[in-house]
Design a protein around this ligand. Structure first.
Ligand SMILES: [Zn+2]
Length: 90
């Protein structure tokens, strides 16, 4: 299971950096994966994490996001979490 390995690596990275977010750092010069975006990527995510975010990234396993799109991603994820919390309450 390669996917599981990727996940384990990202968790390891996260804990080694002392952060609470499971995200990998991106090498310099990598472009944002969002279709039509030419910005330099700052974060990488798995395509699974991108599900339901509403960004068009094409058929890639590893998604790279620029700062702008990463902010968008975080906003969408926060909303998703809130909706989930409401669901659980009712
Ligand atoms: Zn972008």
């Amino acid at each position: 299971m390669k996917r599981l390995k990727d996940f384990a690596i990202s968790v390891f990275r996260c804990t080694s950096l002392g952060g609470g977010i499971r995200l990998g750092r991106v090498k310099k010069g990598v472009r944002c994966s969002v279709v039509g975006c030419e910005n330099e990527a700052v974060r990488s995510l798995s395509s699974e994490q991108m599900a339901g975010v509403g960004l068009e990234v094409g058929n890639v396993r590893r998604v790279y996001l620029c700062e702008e799109h990463y902010k968008f991603y975080k906003k969408r994820k926060r909303k998703e979490k809130m909706i989930e919390a409401w669901r659980w309450k009712t």
